[in-house]
Design a binder for this molecule. Structure first.
Ligand code: PHE
Length: 365
């Protein structure tokens, strides 16, 4: 018995002294393996007399179980120690820079519209909307284009099949040729004062370097009791200067005709020609000739248009303006060919587009 107790003390210290799993396994084999020390002792039981065998056998079995348990728990302790060691030394290197996820670009048209919303928003305009498929009334008649008026020919209209469900001018459907129809719908839908801008697709049958059958316009309308031509000039001068970020951009108002305004004007901005054939917006330096280019149409809303929308022209008046969004985008960002806007070439967008995470500062100044 004392032998067994001594053996137990010895084995226990061997097991607890095993500093790693491999040493522990060697101890296990040396004790419990086929040729292990306890196994060898078990083998001696056969030569003992029955009484001795009984007590020694029970003691050896108990020792064997205890030692096996001890090895198990030492094994667990070593594994945990091993894991703790790895966790403290092996962690992921989170300082490694992340792989860049590809992200899309904002189309220059969207960018420009957002800039325009910012500028007109700061002047108190809100955004209105209207349908792309219009009827003859909203696109022409209400805007003071009389039937057969040559002005209707100014715009190469895409007509759609007549709508059986409606009558007269409302049955005649077309793709809107300008966003001026939104002025009409807006005035029909509520009471003055009106102060809106609207953005949208417009359609004319035309295709070359500066014309596409679909393009975008922006329209503005400001009607109140005392809105005058001075307000029109101030508003549009401020707009083009804020949009092009040129405080002294020369602006010129030139008389022009649109059936829905009286008087009507075209707005020009000043530029100079560069020796390389390009252009530079701004005031011409001394000795150089000031050049002008048209950027938008405007005017005081014609009394007939107000009447057509149920607004009393003796009480209310105001101005409207309209412009091509692509044209202003091309000028500001130096994009030479209008057609490329709609070719859906991702390389073009990669080059001319805007980073979605880098939105424009949309305030005026
Ligand atoms: N609707 C005109 C066009 O498309 C532009 C315009 C709008 C002119 C409002 C005057 C006033 O050419």
């Amino acid at each position: 018995m004392t032998d067994i107790n001594a053996l137990k003390t010895e084995l226990t210290s061997e097991i607890e002294g095993a500093g790693d799993l491999q040493t522990l396994d060697e101890v296990r084999v040396a004790v419990l393996g086929k040729k292990g020390r306890i196994t060898a002792l078990m083998k001696t039981l056969g030569s003992m007399d029955p009484e001795e065998r009984k007590t020694t056998g029970a003691a050896l079995n108990a020792l064997k179980d205890e030692i096996a348990d001890l090895i198990k728990s030492q094994e667990r302790a070593l594994k945990k120690q091993d894991m703790d060691q790895r966790l403290s030394t092996e962690g992921e290197d989170i300082t490694l820079s992340a792989r860049q996820a590809p992200h899309g670009k904002i189309h220059p048209i969207s960018q420009t519209m957002e800039e325009m919303v910012g500028i007109f928003g700061s002047m108190g305009f809100t955004v209105a909307e209207g349908p792309d498929i219009e009827d003859d009334f909203h696109n022409f008649t209400a805007l003071n284009f009389s039937p057969g008026h040559p002005a209707r020919e100014m715009q190469d209209t895409f007509f759609l099949p007549e709508d059986d469900g409606e009558e007269g001018e409302y049955a005649k459907k077309l793709l809107r040729t300008h966003t001026s129809s939104v002025q009409i719908r807006h005035m029909e839908s509520g009471e003055p004062p009106y102060k809106i801008v609207c953005f949208g697709r417009t359609y004319r049958s035309d295709y070359d370097m500066t014309h596409t059958p679909m393009f975008h316009q922006m329209e503005g309308l400001f009607i109140d009791k005392d809105v005058n031509m001075g307000h029109l000039k101030g508003c549009l001068t401020d707009f083009v200067r804020a949009y092009f970020k040129l405080d002294d951009l020369p602006v010129r108002f030139r008389p022009s005709f649109f059936p829905f305004v009286e008087p009507g004007a075209e707005v020009d901005i000043g530029y100079t020609k560069k020796p390389d054939g390009g252009i530079k917006l701004g005031k011409a330096p001394d000795g150089q000739e000031q050049q002008w280019m048209e950027v938008l149409g405007a005017g005081m809303v014609h009394p007939n248009v107000l009447k057509n929308c149920g607004v009393d022209p003796d009480e209310y008046q105001g101005f409207a303006f309209g412009m091509g969004i692509e044209r202003l985008t091309m000028l500001k960002y130096g994009i030479p060919d209008l057609r490329t806007f709609f070719e859906c070439d991702t390389r073009w967008l990669e080059h001319y587009g805007f980073d979605p995470l880098d939105r424009p500062n949309t305030t005026t100044r």
